[in-house]
Design a binder for this molecule. Structure first.
Ligand SMILES: Nc1ncnc2c1ncn2[C@@H]1O[C@H](COP(=O)(O)OP(=O)(O)O)[C@@H](O)[C@H]1O
Ligand SMILES: [Mg+2]
Length: 457
């Protein structure tokens, strides 16, 4: 292309009016443009820097082709609106393309302004980029130049980011010479060993995945890693100002994140994430891990929840009431022990816990404890006097009933009820006064002894 060619009307000038220059990039010059016919809709014009460089021309062709493929397959990239890159072999024609204008700032601007991005926003942002990269890799398209300047953040809070600048992109399915084995593709944001060691593959999708790890680390720390290892052999996330320890809330998340970077920044490409899917999986793990929360005192939680159950759960309440009155049985047994051998012709035999038989009593209340003892008259074998105590609960109130029965046969076929009476009422969660029950038992024993007729047999 000669000077006189350049001064003549440029091909993009037919439809587009340049409003201003955008940040100059490496491959081309980008401009903010508007259509001549519709000045309200902004677009971006990219014109090649080195119009005479056959490789650069072929790359712009590739850039447009790849953007078009990604547009039709659901990748989040700018739409191509117009281009003349099919003429890349005709040196005399200045190559350009016009694409959709993505409103927002580059990720570089965003992070410089804010210092860092909160963890969840950063992880979601990289997940958004992963989606486009997954589609691209599925189409054999490698970006190869991922850096904060080539990502436009449309909405940081919504983690809405668009990958731009497919100027160094490559389609592994096409046999072209866009980068020869000996050529270095330098990305000063992160220089990867496989990119400048002779004989290594510069067209490896795993390098793109490594860049995304660096983007995540950049979002969290503002660190431009430069290299996977520094002069002391430290990975980016191990370097002093860029450690994540105090920057990430949640210890589990921090551990998972450090694990992600340890693998993602491995020097050997075989030790890094082997696919976008693998990285996506790790990112989702981090989001699923518990975020930092005010650490709860387990003892206070247990106290509160126990109070709730005590208030609302009947089984829990009855268990509390049962424990509160458990001593009654043993105090009655102690009392009986002390009577042994002191009651003349009479013996008191405790039968301990028993089955309560009064059905109306069971129907109206929850029975908590049942206890019984028999009064036996020596040599009068058939007669038995049974004294039963039942503790039952209605709501929070407990009641102690006594039932006295007499039977004239040991098998208790014919049982006659002598008394059924209330002994005590008390609050279920408080221990009942066992001495009142023992007094009642004593009275009852006395009455029973008196009631034994002379001719009992
Ligand atoms: N579609 C777009 N919408 C908005 N800004 C853009 C767009 N494309 C490029 N830019 C801006 O122009 C800069 C350079 O564009 P880029 O495609 O990266 O060119 P280069 O290949 O020269 O680096 C970007 O960093 C960005 O600020
Ligand atoms: Mg760029």
């Amino acid at each position: 292309m000669t000077e006189s060619d350049r001064s003549s009307v440029q091909p993009w000038e037919r439809n587009w009016k340049i409003e201003r220059t955008l940040t100059p990039g490496g491959q081309g010059q980008t401009y903010h443009v508007v259509p001549i016919t519709c000045p309200g809709s902004p677009a971006v014009l990219k014109v090649l820097h080195r119009q005479n460089d056959a490789k650069a021309r072929a790359r712009m062709r590739q850039e447009v082709t790849n953007l078009e493929i990604l547009n039709t397959t659901g990748g989040k990239v700018p739409k191509v609106l117009e281009h003349n890159t099919e003429q890349f072999k005709e040196d005399a024609i200045p190559l350009y393309f016009v694409m959709e204008y993505i409103p927002g700032a580059t990720l570089g601007h965003e992070v410089e302004k804010a210092g860092s991005v909160p963890l969840e926003t950063a992880v979601n942002l990289v997940l958004t980029l992963c989606q486009t990269m997954r589609i691209a890799h599925g189409q054999n398209i490698l970006h190869r130049d991922i850096k904060p300047e080539n990502i436009i953040v449309r909405d940081l809070v919504a983690s809405d980011a668009v990958m731009i600048d497919y100027g160094l992109s490559f389609n592994t399915a096409e046999v072209t010479q866009l980068t020869s084995i000996g050529e270095t593709i330098e990305n000063s944001f992160l220089s990867l060993p496989e990119r400048h060691i002779s004989g290594d593959d510069r067209r490896d999708p795993r390098s793109d995945v490594t860049y995304l790890c660096a983007i995540l680390h950049y979002c969290l720390t503002g660190c431009r890693p430069g290299n996977l290892l520094d002069s002391r052999g430290m990975q980016p996330h191990q370097r002093e100002p860029y450690k994540l320890d105090n920057k990430v809330p949640g210890r589990q998340r921090l551990t998972l994140l450090n694990g992600l970077f340890s693998r993602g920044f491995s020097y050997s490409i075989n030790d890094r994430f082997q696919s976008v899917d693998e990285l996506q999986g790790r990112l989702k793990e981090i989001l699923a891990a518990p975020a930092d929360r005010a650490r709860e005192d387990l003892l206070s939680v247990a106290k509160l929840e126990s109070e709730r159950l005590t208030k609302n759960n009947r089984r829990v309440q009855l268990d509390i009431y049962r424990k509160a009155c458990n001593h009654v049985g043993s105090e009655l047994a102690n009392y009986i022990n002390k009577l042994q051998g002191k009651l003349g012709r009479f013996h008191v035999v405790p039968s301990g816990w028993c089955k309560w038989s009064r059905d109306e009593h069971k129907a109206n209340a929850d029975v908590i404890l049942l206890w019984s003892a028999n009064l036996i008259v020596e040599a009068v074998e058939k007669l038995q006097l049974g004294i039963f105590y039942a503790i039952s609960s209605k709501g929070a109130e407990c009641s102690v009933y006594r039932n006295t029965v007499i039977s004239h046969d040991p098998a208790r076929q014919k049982v006659k009820e002598l008394e059924h009476t209330i002994v005590l009422r008390y609050r279920g969660d408080q221990p009942p006064d066992a001495s009142v029950i023992i007094e009642d038992f004593e009275d009852c024993l006395a009455r029973c002894m008196r009631s034994v007729p002379d001719d009992a047999n």
